[in-house]
Ligand binder design. Structure first.
Ligand SMILES: [Zn+2]
Length: 772
């Protein structure tokens, strides 16, 4: 009798429909949405300013706020105190906030906020301060006098603590679901929340590490996590959050420098624009609160709109909306688009009309068939459709089989195999493109078995490596892409940090152990719902296929995936697995490149060759290579230092000699020196000489940056302008130069005229020294 139903049309995400809100005592506990409309510019229904038209599908979507039931039944002033009583109490205690719910005035303040918070909306730029003003008025009416500032002082720390409690739960769920914090997609959202929480903790002076708060959230949802994964999940999440916390600290440190640069630019009393704030946040990860704090120290006020996060989210939403639309379009039309691509490859459009080809490579009794006899449904212009096939068509990251079709003692090479809808089309080598044959004839087909097995081994190895990665790195690891070739394969996995060499070795070792355990590889078609129930969503490592039936590849206790590729029967058939390298291809995504079977042996031989080639160069055995290379490197470094020292000593000797041989004019020792030393060395000698008394030098080298170089310098007690000496030389050599009175240099011109130029310059020096 307390329930009220309120009719209110619902819209969102491109759909809409009539809806009922279910309320108790003014609190919405649930909704019932009868979705039957879709966004349509020309639609006949107008809902919240957008047009919709009827769609054929009808969906009933109902949502219940389970936590709101708790709130309604406990009578607490707000939902946070109802569902996080212990966590909020501890956070209040740590941040020194007094949270006395028995105080009548305090309770009233909280309740009034709770009642009104519904009018705050992330869609509109609602001002928090306006809300406070309304609360103040309502409190006054209830007999409690309070200023907006006082109210703010009470509410801000409260709101911070509640936000921390709520965010940490959200983070706990996201990370347990396998989201890895990064700069893209759901990973971006996780990082956004983590950083916001860290900032709020900073504001509340909460020293407990973030991971401890997040891990506390699992105590309440323990039974939702598979028992055998509970400890590893906790361990991984701790690692992720410790890493994210330190990354955030680094960002802030770098960020503060950037902010100071900007504040210096705008100057005291200046303004930092919203655009700049967004740039700081989006490009450098610096939250506006940090900008505010640093700018305040420089006497610059920064205004941050309440809706800042919404503005950012809006921008990302727009970007990701576009992405999602593209992805949806791509996935909805992927079969169509793939068909389009294949259509371009296949000339005969009639191919689409044949009955489905029987896929023998999926049938247990035929999956290992290397050849077979088939009936031709169509053989036109070098494109062949058969009643059944052993040829695997390109798909699911696995290239197609190749081989031959044989008829009338004539062999035709199959170079490409494509699936068009349910029909497999065998495409022959170009030179047979004009050949057509009669419908109904029998043909022998055979496939390149080595190629097939290479693909199969790489495919099976992918399953083992993903399983080994989960074991070594944690249950968050998820496959984001894979591709098999004959010689190698690649597998992209989600992970929060760059893979270390040690981790790679562990993954490789574990994958090879699984090979040697000779485990069965089971393949069967299963009902989708049943398969999901049995194996969970981990099935969809390679993406979720459509349709009610799934082909499940299951290595019992190791890995189960919905997968349409070809597989061996036992893991031992894969042979050796060798991980060749790993690289970070995107924030949060690591790419593993590996080889399996004979390709792995070849890979090891290739790596071995690097080793032997290098050993031969320095004439040591491969096992002594590391120590020899280290020794050579150390020697090379110390020889470099020795050479430097020798050059310095040579320079010392040379400068002594040059001074001794100088021509003395009116007490000034004039030194000229032409060489092919590099300019740096000449500079060093010159610097040493001008420390003496009464010296003047003119140096030249044929090895300057732009051909010949000239430099002139003097000690302080000589009254001669060096720039004049350089320009006198360059008049003849033909370069350009200039400088100060005590040091000048020039470059360029004709190498053959250096001697002559220096001679003229020296003559000038003589005259200047004599004061002529
Ligand atoms: Zn597979």
């Amino acid at each position: 009798e307390h329930i009220t139903y309120k009719e209110n049309p619902w819209s969102g995400g491109g759909n809409a429909g009539p809806a009922f809100e279910v309320l108790v005592g003014g609190l919405e506990l649930g909704t019932l949405v009868f979705m039957n409309l879709r966004l349509d510019e020309k639609g006949e229904f107008l809902i919240k300013g957008e047009r919709y038209s009827r769609m054929s599908r009808r969906i009933v979507d109902t949502g219940y706020g389970l936590e709101r039931f708790v709130w309604a039944s406990t009578g607490k002033p707000n939902i946070y105190d109802a569902i996080y009583p212990e966590l909020t109490a501890d956070l209040f205690a740590e941040s020194g906030v007094i949270h006395e719910l028995n105080d009548e005035r305090y309770r009233t303040i909280l309740s009034e906020h709770a009642k009104l918070s519904g009018i705050m909306s992330v869609d509109t730029d609602s001002k928090l301060r306006d809300l406070r003003k309304i609360v103040v008025k309502r409190l006054e009416a209830a007999g409690y006098k309070i200023s907006v500032e006082e109210l703010e002082k009470i509410m801000t720390p409260l709101e911070n603590v509640y936000a921390i409690a709520d965010h940490t739960r959200c983070i706990a769920f996201m990370l347990a679901d396998g989201v890895v914090p990064s700069n893209v997609k759901s990973g971006y959202l996780a990082r956004f929340l983590i950083r916001r929480t860290l900032r709020l903790m900073e504001e509340q002076k909460i020293k407990t590490p973030l991971h401890e708060l997040v891990l506390r959230q699992y105590e309440g949802i323990r039974e939702l996590i598979p028992k055998n994964e509970y400890n590893t999940i906790k361990d991984t999440i701790k690692k992720m959050l410790v890493l994210e916390t330190s990354r955030y600290a680094e960002t802030i440190e770098k960020g503060e420098k950037l902010i100071r640069k900007e504040t210096a630019k705008v100057g005291k009393g200046g303004k930092i624009s919203l655009e700049k704030l967004i740039e700081f946040y989006d490009t450098h990860g610096i939250p506006p609160a940090v900008v505010q704090k640093v700018a305040r120290e420089q006497g610059i006020i920064v205004e941050v709109p309440d809706a800042f996060n919404s503005i950012i989210a809006e921008r990302h939403l727009k970007a990701s909306k576009k992405e999602i639309e593209e992805a949806e379009k791509a996935s909805c039309e992927s079969s169509l688009r793939d068909d389009k691509l294949i259509e371009d490859k296949i000339r005969d459009k009639d191919m689409y009309r044949y009955p489905p080809t029987k896929l023998l490579y999926y049938e247990p009794e035929h999956e290992m068939d290397k050849s077979g006899e088939f009936t031709v449904f169509s053989w036109k212009d070098g494109e062949v459709v058969l009643d059944a096939t052993i040829f695997y068509p390109e798909g699911g990251g696995q290239p197609c089989d190749r081989g031959f079709l044989e008829v009338d003692n004539e062999k035709y090479e199959v170079v490409d195999v494509q699936k068009v809808g349910e029909v497999v089309v065998h495409i022959l080598d170009k030179k047979y493109s004009k050949i057509s044959k009669k419908e109904g004839i029998r043909v022998k087909g055979s496939i390149d078995w080595n190629r097939r097995m290479a693909h199969t081994r790489h495919h099976d190895a992918t399953h083992l490596i993903i399983a080994a990665s989960r074991e070594v790195l944690g249950p968050h690891v998820w496959q984001t892409g894979s591709q098999n070739e004959e010689e190698f394969a690649r597998l992209d996995i989600t992970h929060y940090a760059k893979l270390t060499r040690e981790e790679l070795l562990k993954i490789e070792m574990r994958a090879n152990e699984l090979v040697l355990e000779d485990l069965p590889i089971e393949k069967k078609f299963m009902d989708r719902v049943e398969a999901e129930k049995k194996f969970g969503f981990r099935l969809y490592q390679g993406g979720a296929p459509t349709g009610g039936w799934l082909r499940i590849t299951n290595i019992p206790g190791v890995d189960a995936e919905a997968c349409g590729g070809t597989h061996a029967n036992r893991t031992s058939q894969i042979g050796m697995i060798k991980i060749i390298k790993s690289e970070r291809i995107q924030d949060g995504v690591e790419r593993l490149v590996f080889s399996a079977g004979l390709a792995a042996v070849k890979a090891v031989q290739r790596i071995e060759n690097y080793l032997y080639d290098s050993s031969e160069i320095i004439s040591v055995s491969p096992e002594n290579l590391p120590s020899s290379v280290r020794r050579f490197f150390e020697e090379w470094k110390s020889r470099g230092k020795e050479i430097e020292e020798l050059k310095r000593r040579l320079g010392e000797l040379l400068s002594k000699q040059l001074i001794e041989n100088a021509e003395v004019v009116d007490g000034v020792r004039i030194i000229t020196y032409v060489s092919d030393k590099d300019i740096k060395e000449l500079m060093a000698i010159s610097e040493r000489i001008v420390k003496e008394e009464k010296v003047l030098l003119i140096f030249a080298t044929s090895k300057g940056e732009k051909g010949p170089s000239v430099l002139a310098a003097r000690s302080k007690d000589v009254n001669v302008n060096c720039a004049e000496l350089v320009s006198e030389a360059e008049k003849i050599i033909g370069g350009k130069g200039g400088g100060r009175a005590d040091f000048a240099s020039g470059g360029g011109g004709d190498i053959l005229k250096i001697e002559e130029g220096i001679k003229a310059s020296k003559e000038k020096a003589r005259r200047l020294a004599l004061g002529i």
